[in-house]
Design a protein around this ligand. Structure first.
Ligand SMILES: CC(C)(COP(=O)(O)OP(=O)(O)OC[C@H]1O[C@@H](n2cnc3c(N)ncnc32)[C@H](O)[C@@H]1OP(=O)(O)O)[C@@H](O)C(=O)NCCC(=O)NCCS
Length: 163
């Protein structure tokens, strides 16, 4: 499927929210089980745009097929650290789109001036972990039973990349 990767803008917010909600409701990948309310998502995106934080979307046939964002932590001592989020709709997975999207977003993080990018990934998310390792992220530790989904505890890896 043809697609383009572009910085998120105001016009993408509702479609971004729908895509986030879809992947969250898969319940297997994210730290959300549904998207936050649209107004909250709008505030989040508008803040990313206003501050110039890296937040890219994959556009295909008018839809937002995925996104990657890297948002700096708020405290001054952590301001050099960005937290990465990433997902694609199912039909866009496994074709190299995630890797391209992530590399472009990391380039934007470098340009922004971030030094460290970190993420958490659920222990059984083998595809995402393979992608992160391929790009150069290292596992820093296993956060034991960090999540509980449908009554089952799940551990998450903390991974990071120094830019
Ligand atoms: C994780 C995700 C973003 C990866 O994007 P993708 O486009 O599917 O991955 P790519 O096709 O770019 O693959 C890049 C690398 O990832 C790994 N990978 C991706 N899919 C894989 C699979 N099915 N099996 C094994 N490795 C896989 C490989 O290392 C691959 O490199 P290679 O093709 O040279 O072997 C995507 O699968 C996705 O959206 N998954 C659901 C949401 C999610 O898990 N988000 C991350 C939460 S932490």
């Amino acid at each position: 499927m043809t697609h383009e990767i572009v910085p998120i803008s105001h016009e993408h917010i509702e479609r971004f929210h729908r895509t986030l909600d879809f992947v969250a409701r898969e319940r297997r990948y994210l730290a959300f089980l549904e998207a936050p309310p649209l107004d909250e998502a709008r505030t989040y995106v508008l803040n990313n745009i206003a501050k110039g934080y890296p937040h890219l979307v994959v556009l295909s046939e008018g839809e937002v097929a995925g996104w990657c964002d890297i948002v700096p932590k708020s405290r001054p001592v952590h301001a050099h650290v960005g937290v990465l989020g990433l997902a694609l709709l199912p039909e866009f997975r496994g074709q190299g789109v995630g890797e391209r999207l992530m590399l472009q977003t990391l380039e934007a993080a470098r340009t922004f001036g971030l030094h460290r990018v970190e993420l958490t990934v659920r222990e059984d998310n083998k595809n995402a972990i393979a992608l992160y390792k391929k790009i150069g992220f290292d596992i820093e530790g296993l956060m034991r039973d960090a999540m509980k989904v449908d009554g089952v505890y799940e551990s998450t890896y903390l991974m990071s990349l120094l830019l």
